[in-house]
Design a protein around this ligand. Structure first.
Ligand code: PRX
Length: 635
């Protein structure tokens, strides 16, 4: 039996028990047998969750790109590493072999070096889903630069905040992006963002849309000519196990986005291990994750996890609806995809369309289906199971977070029996705990509470860039000695976990994590707005949508409400991006507040969800009378 590849339920339980009984030996064996190291570790794990301090494979030296590329060159050099499927189906797909990937990464790494980038420097990557995006990540990792990918749907303001937060000195972008029928002027967004990013010295521009764009002298450079003259050879930088590999921003319930820092060795071991097991990847399989590399799912399960396993990973530039809603299924048929991993929001959108979009395609190559990003509702689960998996493909409902780096709770196909809406059992090495509100761990089954993790795992984020105190406060203070996820969960009679959703002010819209505070801050910038509060309410496709309660200033009250609503969404688009737009905006005279002045979102949430008969006790409010007024005008 190998610890690395679990094939049945009995093995799962054996491996799981071992991983809890002796986590250090467990991870040490996996690390030793499945990766290449330049120097071995002196200590497998050193930690104190109250500090919090976590070091895995302390003292080891490695480079993740050697593990994701170089070591496969002998046996898999001609195998497709990245299978690029362009937005436009009439454009040819590209099969980038491991050998070609090696060359492209080395060249790109040399270009970065020529620009003065060295180990520890931060590089911002703001690109569409094209091969250069994956290559850029790996090129940074090759030379030890820390990549900070910003999803290319974010606005100029959101981009500049992220560039400045971690002091990036170089940005990689493209002239534009193709997204369905649209062409997006990415470079113009970068130009606008850089107006307030004084630290950026160079911008490397990939040619994708061939749009006419202005180039700023002494700052902007087309990437291709630099690549053409760069050497194919670049030695992998020796990295300490705990050297940062990347920063990835995620929304918090308050304040600015949190730059989660992931380090090298633990992240590599865990993303590779979980990829192998959750997707049961076999040598000739073609694996496709539809996420964007701008999110953690793309980092771990399009780039690092698959490549560390010498897999073929599909990178799709487009959207599920272009040229029509059969696109996903056409790609599955075209490339004979074996594992398909997507988000519940995509499944719900696809399920709403005609069934023949799926039926007209041969989906028989599929072996495993996955979902991630939000709870999957029963209806969507069955649609996926019946129409895509044809009841023969196990569905892995994978629960995890940007902060966890890899999948934490998930079935293992052909081992763990699945139940719709249950993420089922923790993966080896993961020790979940459910807590009550006053901090007691709930023992036994048939309980629900706040989901925590009791013991470190290799790919946990180590800190928030530049703010360790915030890292401690957010994740390690609510329950001493535990990592708190921010999610609620229940454990059923058999020990299966079902994630019930966020218990904080983060709202998951179409699988994107959105904090309410930054959206409220954006709205409050509107000259007609006095105050606002955002809550989530259930939405058939997006899972949740945003409902804004907005108090207007006197000047605003005289304005046309329809125009104001447009302007409010416009300001949100400018500050954050279109993903954070509000579905409903209700203008109101007041917001329910506690005596200490805090907005009682619990009440607003109930109102937005239409549960006005279940508001609970509102007598402790400072202004209980506003509640009736809000209910009267509810949209
Ligand atoms: O609330 C959980 C939800 O998504 C949050 C993490 O979001 P993010 O950091 O953007 O990472 C998403 C991709 C890993 C979690 O706190 N979530 C994620 N997966 C699931 C889920 N909720 C229920 N079921 C899931 N499978």
């Amino acid at each position: 039996m190998s610890n690395y590849h679990i094939k049945n339920l009995e093995e799962y339980f054996q491996v799981y028990r071992k991983s809890v009984r002796d986590p250090e030996t467990f991870w040490e064996e996996i690390a030793e047998e499945n990766f290449v190291w330049q120097e071995r570790w002196q200590q497998v794990l050193d930690f104190d969750l109250t500090v919090p301090r976590v070091n895995w494979f302390k003292g080891a030296k490695l480079n993740i790109t050697e593990n994701c590329i170089d070591r496969h060159l002998y046996a898999h050099g001609s195998k497709t590493a990245i299978l690029f499927e362009p937005n436009d189906p009439s454009e040819t797909s590209q099969h980038i072999t491991y050998k070609q990937l090696h060359k492209r990464v080395c060249k790109f790494a040399n270009v970065l070096k020529d620009q003065g980038i060295k180990k520890g420097d931060r590089v911002c990557i703001y690109l569409p889903m094209i091969p250069e995006l994956a290559v850029a990540l790996l090129a940074c990792a090759r030379i030890g630069a820390i990549h900070s990918v910003v999803f290319a749907g974010f606005s100029a303001t959101a981009l500049s905040t992220r560039i400045n937060d971690c002091d990036c000195t170089l940005v990689v972008t493209s002239d534009g992006a193709f997204r369905g029928e649209k062409t997006i002027d990415l470079k113009a967004i970068v130009d606008e963002a850089l107006g307030s990013c004084k630290g950026v010295k160079s911008v490397l521009v990939v040619k994708r849309t061939h749009s006419e764009i202005p180039m700023v002298e002494n700052r902007d450079m087309w990437l291709q000519p630099l690549l053409d003259s760069a050497s194919n050879h670049c030695e992998p930088e020796p990295m300490d196990a705990e050297d940062p590999l990347f920063i990835l921003y995620t929304s918090g319930s308050t304040g600015k986005p949190k730059g989660m820092v992931h380090t090298t060795a633990g992240y590599m071991v865990y993303s590779a291990y979980t990829f192998k097991n959750v997707f049961q990847y076999r040598e000739k399989d073609v694996y496709w994750c539809t996420a964007d590399i701008g999110w953690i799912t793309g980092h771990s399960y399009i780039v690092y996890g698959p490549l560390a396993n010498a897999a073929t990973t599909v990178l799709f530039e487009g959207v599920p609806s272009y040229p029509d809603w059969s696109r996903f299924w056409a790609i599955v048929e075209k490339h004979k995809v074996n594992q398909f991993y997507t988000a519940p929001t995509a499944i719900r959108a696809l399920a709403k369309e005609r069934l023949d979009f799926a039926e007209n395609h041969d989906l028989s190559s599929l072996k495993i289906l996955g979902t991630v990003g939000e709870p999957i509702n029963e209806e969507a689960w069955h649609w996926y199971n019946d129409n895509i998996g044809k009841k023969r493909c196990p569905i892995v409902d994978t629960w995890w977070q940007t902060e966890t780096g890899g999948i934490m709770i998930s079935p293992i196909p052909h081992a763990t029996p699945t139940i719709p809406t249950f993420a089922t059992l923790p993966l080896p090495g993961i020790q979940p705990a459910l807590m009550d509100e006053i901090g007691n761990e709930l023992s036994g089954n048939s309980v629900s509470g706040r989901l925590c993790i009791r013991f470190p795992w290799p790919s946990m984020a180590r800190t928030i860039w530049g703010d360790h105190q915030r890292y401690k406060d957010t994740y390690f203070s609510a329950f001493k000695g535990y990592y708190f996820t921010g999610d609620g969960a229940l454990r059923d009679t058999t020990g299966y976990y079902r994630i019930t959703g966020r218990v904080d002010d983060v709202i998951i819209v179409s699988g994107h994590n959105l904090g309410t505070a930054p959206i409220e801050d954006a709205i409050n910038e509107h000259p007609a707005v006095a105050e606002s509060a955002i809550v989530g309410f259930p939405h058939k496709i997006k899972g949740n949508a945003l409902y804004g309660f907005v108090i207007l200033k006197e000047t605003g009250e005289q304005r046309d409400p329809a125009n104001l609503r447009k302007e409010i969404n416009q300001i949100i688009t400018e500050h954050i991006g279109p993903i954070a737009k509000l579905d409903k905006i209700q203008f109101t005279k007041g917001l329910p507040k506690t005596r200490s002045g805090k907005i009682m979102r619990r009440i607003l949430r109930k109102i937005a969800c239409g549960e006005t008969d279940r508001l609970g006790d509102i007598s402790t409010l400072l202004n209980p009378e506003v509640v009736d007024a809000i209910i009267e005008d509810v949209l």
